[in-house]
Design a protein around this ligand. Structure first.
Ligand code: MG
Length: 658
């Protein structure tokens, strides 16, 4: 008998089915509606595979009308987060900070007044916990903000105890070569970042200067001059960079000689670049850690590549990111936990763990020791053990959840980070999904992500694979999919039927789009809660696509629209939370008879589900030997099933209980 299902009807049908796993009757709504919420009640299982919602505190919800999202705003919208099946919330950094996004932390033990008070945070933790939703704080261990009291004390006084919290050097080139920079962990090049002068002296210059670069000797000679200034050479191969997008192309005046006379103006000095578009691959040439003297040849290099400054201070600090984020120094990695900076950060983390947070998200962990995996893994083990010990002494159940942002080139490179942390973000999951949907190729999806999981398992048997589509540092997944709603629904359905711990990024569930080309703010847009209400956009300084934030994309509109993307998220989240095999089962690829169809099964404690997704815009009909299609748990798009046969409409998804 042919059965025809549409996604709205499917969940009610699922509620009729009883199996051994989960041990309680599945909840057909997946929310706090008074019914048993099945396995999601258990913190340990939520930690392993529960849905987490990533939110930007500054742009999620504003409780007091000041235009900034805040902590009370989150508390006021717990119903919404519950309706998405969330078991945890990852909050963007909440501490005092000199930047809107919070990654320049001024005080790790504070709650930024912009976001509320400690009492507000305690209230959120407690009200979320009542719904079995944990709070994960974003913790920035690689660097602090330049406004942090530690750094202010360190930069102004060479004898300050805080000097040791950061990476200072009077001669970076020599100190790196001599292996004295613990942060480099033996590397000769930082991979990313540079040295910045401590601005106690006159390190910049304003006036007319002549620059003469001798490329064979790798020296530059700068002289003050009254000769006529030249315009930039647009077809140059060597460039002078002096900040705020200011680039001057040098003129080749002889064999390996490049010169220009310029009206120069920079508060920090300059660098030489061999590319106008890239900073990679040794294209940035900088100083040796000393101030330049006019008229004297000055050596440049592309390893330490410190800012070339004009006299003044000769003390430098290192920053992996920009100069407003000085890197923290944890000393030799094997005994990082003995360093003063580690102890101070751990003490701050203790405060939040004792307050009742459920975990931490660790920012930029590959740069703690400059992309030196063994050193970073050693550090992360020490950090995790320290926090977990506080967690346990505070009465926490099991082990604390902690997820690292170890953004490497591929899954195999990232895998060793599972030795350091129980969970890491799986960037490669999202990259693969985007690639396969855009190629209309589904038949190797399950085997590909199984390969990733096998790589992770090699480093930790109980690894937690933090899967996601995109985050606050990436172009929106909707853009990657050509802003095609059917593809976005498919991506949502795949994410929530995959093994691992899925993260949903603020606005993804509403179909938000945006790219970083005009600024990161465009991928961090505020939630449009109601058709006509205002949005918390003050943090974003006007970089908001108001055309996107239309009435129709609002939460209010999408809740009322049975065909909305939000409804697909809710349906699949509810199914995941109701069927343990779907959330916690291990994936096993099923051979697909059609190139566009992804097929896998997941099993847990005797319960098995078959997952089918059509990555194409055709309507394949496939034969399924050995699987039943009688019991549909959840679906999206057009799904027509009979025993042994399954027809999937364009970008359709279906999950069948076996
Ligand atoms: Mg506010």
């Amino acid at each position: 008998m042919m059965k025809r299902f549409f996604h709205i009807a499917a969940l009610a049908f699922a509620a009729l089915l009883l199996t051994a796993c989960p041990s309680v009757e599945p909840d057909d709504k997946g929310g706090s509606d008074g019914k048993d919420d099945s396995w999601r009640k258990q913190a340990s299982t939520a930690k392993l595979s529960g849905i987490t919602y990533q939110l930007n505190v500054y742009s999620f919800a504003d409780s007091d009308g000041d235009g900034w999202g805040d902590i009370k705003g989150i508390t006021q919208h717990l119903d919404y987060l519950d309706s998405l099946g969330a078991t945890a919330l990852w909050l963007s950094p909440i501490h005092e900070s000199s930047s809107y996004h919070g990654y320049n932390v001024s005080d790790y033990e504070s709650v930024s007044a912009k976001f509320g008070t400690e009492a507000d945070l305690k209230d959120l933790i407690s009200k979320a916990k009542a719904r079995n939703i944990g709070i994960y704080l974003d913790f920035v261990l690689n660097h602090s903000g330049i406004e942090n009291g530690w750094f202010k004390a360190a930069r102004s006084d060479a004898s300050s105890p805080y000097r040791d919290y950061y990476v200072f050097s009077e001669n970076p080139t020599a100190d790196v070569a001599a292996g004295k920079i613990d942060n480099y962990a033996g590397a000769t090049s930082p991979g990313m970042g540079q040295w910045h002068a401590v601005s106690s002296g006159d390190i910049g210059y304003k006036g007319r200067l002549h620059f003469r670069l001798d490329w064979s000797k790798k020296t530059i000679t700068v002289t003050q001059t009254t000769d006529a200034a030249q315009s930039s050479n647009g077809s140059a191969s060597k460039w002078l960079y002096y900040g705020d997008g200011k680039l001057a192309g040098l003129y080749e005046t002889g064999s390996n000689l490049f010169e220009i006379t310029l009206d120069f103006d920079s508060s920090w000095g300059f660098l030489i670049r061999t590319s106008t578009t890239s900073w990679d691959g040794g294209t940035k040439w900088g100083g040796n850690g000393r101030g330049l003297e006019f008229g004297t040849a000055y050596s440049i290099n592309n390893s330490t590549a410190a800012d070339i400054i004009f006299g003044g201070s000769s003390v430098f600090y290192f920053a992996s990111f920009d100069q407003s984020m000085p890197d923290l120094n944890y000393g030799p990695y094997a005994k990082a936990s003995e360093s003063p900076a580690f102890k101070a950060l751990a003490s701050a983390a203790d405060k939040w763990i004792r307050m009742g947070i459920a975990g931490l998200r660790l920012d930029a962990v590959i740069w703690i020791y400059q992309n030196q995996t063994a050193a970073n893994v050693s550090f992360l083990k020490q950090w995790y053990d320290r926090c977990n010990s506080t967690w346990k002494s505070n009465g926490g159940s099991g082990d604390i959840y902690m997820v690292g942002e170890a953004w490497m080139d591929n899954a195999q490179q990232m895998a060793p980070y599972f030795e350091g942390l129980p969970s890491n973000f799986d960037f490669y999951y999202g990259f693969t999904l985007k690639d396969r949907i855009n190629k209309n190729k589904g038949n190797d999806f399950a085997s590909t992500i199984t390969g990733f999981r096998n790589a992770y398992r090699g480093y930790r048997s109980d690894f937690i694979d933090a899967i996601f589509l995109s985050n606050h540092d990436q172009d929106r997944f909707a853009n990657d999919l050509g802003r095609d709603l059917a593809k976005e629904k498919l991506a949502a359905a795949v994410l929530l039927t995959s093994p691992g711990k899925p993260f949903i990024y603020q606005g993804e569930e509403l179909g938000y789009w945006g790219t970083k080309s005009g600024g990161d703010e465009y991928v961090r847009a505020p939630i449009k809660w109601t058709r006509t209400g205002s949005v918390p956009a003050k943090a974003l300084g006007g970089k908001v696509d108001n055309a996107m934030l239309s009435a129709d994309i609002s939460v209010e509109a999408q809740q009322q629209n049975p065909a909305s993307l939000l409804r697909v998220y809710r349906d699949f989240a509810a199914a995941r939370n109701a069927w343990k095999a779907l959330a916690q089962g291990e994936i096993e690829a099923v051979a697909s008879p059609n190139n566009t169809v992804a097929l896998w099964k997941m099993s847990c404690e005797g319960q098995t589900v078959l997952v089918a997704h059509n990555f194409g815009n055709g309507a394949p009909v496939i034969t399924l030997n050995g699987y039943t299609t009688d019991k549909l748990i959840v679906s999206n798009g057009t799904v027509t099933a009979a025993n042994g046969s399954l027809a999937l409409g364009p970008y359709a998804s279906a999950v069948f209980l076996q």
